[in-house]
Design a protein around this ligand. Sequence first.
Ligand code: GLU
Length: 305
Amino acid sequence: MKAPVGRLAPSPTGVLHLGNARSFLLAWLDIRAQAGTILMRIEDLDGPRIRAGAEQAALEDLQWLGLDWDGEVVRQSERLDLYHQALQQLESMQRAYPCVCSRKDVEQAASAPHAGEEGPIYPGTCRQGIADTSTATPSNYRFVVNSGVTRFRDRFAGDIQYEVAEQLGDFVIWKRDGEPAYQLAVVVDDAAMGITSVLRGNDLLSSAARQVQLYEALDLPLPQFAHTPLILGEDGRRLAKRHGDTSLRAFREAGVSAETVIGWLAWKSGLITSATPCSAAQLVADFDLQQVAPGAITWRGSFTA
Ligand code: GLU
């Protein structure tokens, strides 16, 4: 088998926290253990959420953790033409349509039984070409999802299936602010960069199902997916501000070493038997994704618990 090509894809919307560190560590180990290539892509298309200096900070945090990458840093903000071409291709195939509905319109139109796990499902109001694009008002573009079951095999989460039309609905691929939405950009980039292996948090499983439909529509080769559980707080909820400051920066400033963080992550992930400080590089030789503990891991406020 050819050595895999993976990627680290931080969003410069804030500082990297423990949850990011876990996904990036596993992604890095998985590729390095197979002597593969790791590319670095900055997902800086989230307009108002992008913070000045956050890219540099994220790259520094990753270096501090001992996670390296190969080649130049790729920035999504420098690749708008590529995404636009994909949008045009989808439009010419009638798999994309302009949508003038506001978030509020969607909420009001979607009747209660139609609410999906990620909020209301788009009722398809503009699918029939209702949107008037002759005016200057910019519109979103949505992807026409296929009905039926979308299946894919996840190297970690197993066999996954979604009824994308029923459960998720036509999703936005281009935003009215003139930028592609995450779902389109990530597919176009992973294909263009020759990514063969995507490992990330399992909060993106339903996104993967959407992305599989985009890969098929654009006739692009599907990477292998692996979606791993998140880090939770003691209340069982996804790690967030209310669980204290778990940014890598804060730990570093408090004098915690990268080896302490990596050792804790490795212990909690079932890669080593105790919270012994170690480097990311020390974990490569024995790493096997199938050995990673299947459940979510809990942050109890200390690197020994
Ligand atoms: N930029 C995304 C994040 O930081 C990663 C998306 C992906 O890996 O597909 O959550």
